[in-house]
Design a protein around this ligand. Structure first.
Ligand code: AMP
Length: 215
């Protein structure tokens, strides 16, 4: 099964992707995580992407498309994947279609996680994640059962993203509204778009996604 999680920054795509990885043995392909890894490694791609990411703007389509195409070719993606944060523009959505056709693959579902924008700034500025396994937490809404210890892997190191500050979040939301939301009709027309309530509690969002995938 190959699916897309689509939603504004802070909609909960990463949280739900981690759950789907566990429940359906899929691989989460987060273009944001890949870019952050590239920035941390100091690669050419990382150097090109860093300033754009820090500003909350979108990295050039061609860089992203090449990165994701290479990643899908890796053996661990054979059992299916969850695209998290890609596609984010119409050219990316069209390139993805061509790419999947060329690889003999197809998209099974696109899950739109609908959220109230006013809640996003609080959600995003309070979040952090486990360095070891990437599990996401929040200062108010998702606290580890044991303080300072990851529920998923037992890791004890956590970090916060450089672009999770209020000013950058506003620019990221504008990018979502202007460039990403317009691709929703593209998937609606194909009949594969399922919309879930991203404002619901985490378990309820998971339930709605599972129902959408089973339908
Ligand atoms: P995310 O972790 O998905 O919120 O992405 C963090 C940042 O990485 C974004 O604000 C963009 O600068 C960049 N980025 C991630 N995915 C994409 C994409 N599909 N297209 C363009 N830029 C992206």
């Amino acid at each position: 099964m190959n699916i897309i999680l689509l939603g504004a920054p802070g909609a909960g795509k990463g949280t739900q992707a981690k759950r789907l990885e566990d429940s359906h043995s899929l691989v989460q392909l987060s273009t944001g995580d890949m870019l952050r890894a590239a920035v941390a490694s100091g690669s050419d791609l990382g150097r090109q992407a860093k300033a754009v990411m820090d500003a909350g703007k979108l990295v050039a389509d061609e860089l992203i498309i090449r990165m994701i195409s290479d990643r899908i070719d890796e053996p661990d993606c054979k059992g299916g994947f969850i695209l998290d944060g890609f596609p984010r523009t119409s050219p990316q959505a069209e390139a993805l279609d061509k790419m999947l056709t060329g690889k003999g693959l197809r998209l099974d579902a696109v899950i739109e996680m609908k959220v109230d924008e006013d809640a996003l700034v609080e959600r995003i500025t309070g979040r952090y994640s486990c360095v070891k396994c990437g599990a996401g937490y929040h200062d108010k809404f998702q606290i580890p059962a044991k303080a300072g210890v990851c529920d998923r892997c037992g890791g004890t190191e956590f970090n916060r993203r450089a672009d999770d500050n209020e000013e950058t979040v506003r620019t990221r939301l504008e990018a979502y509204r202007g460039q990403t939301a317009p691709i929703l009709p593209y998937y609606r027309d194909k009949g594969i778009l399922k919309t879930v309530d991203g404002m619901a509690a985490i378990d309820e969002v998971t339930r709605q996604i599972e129902a959408g995938l089973a339908a």
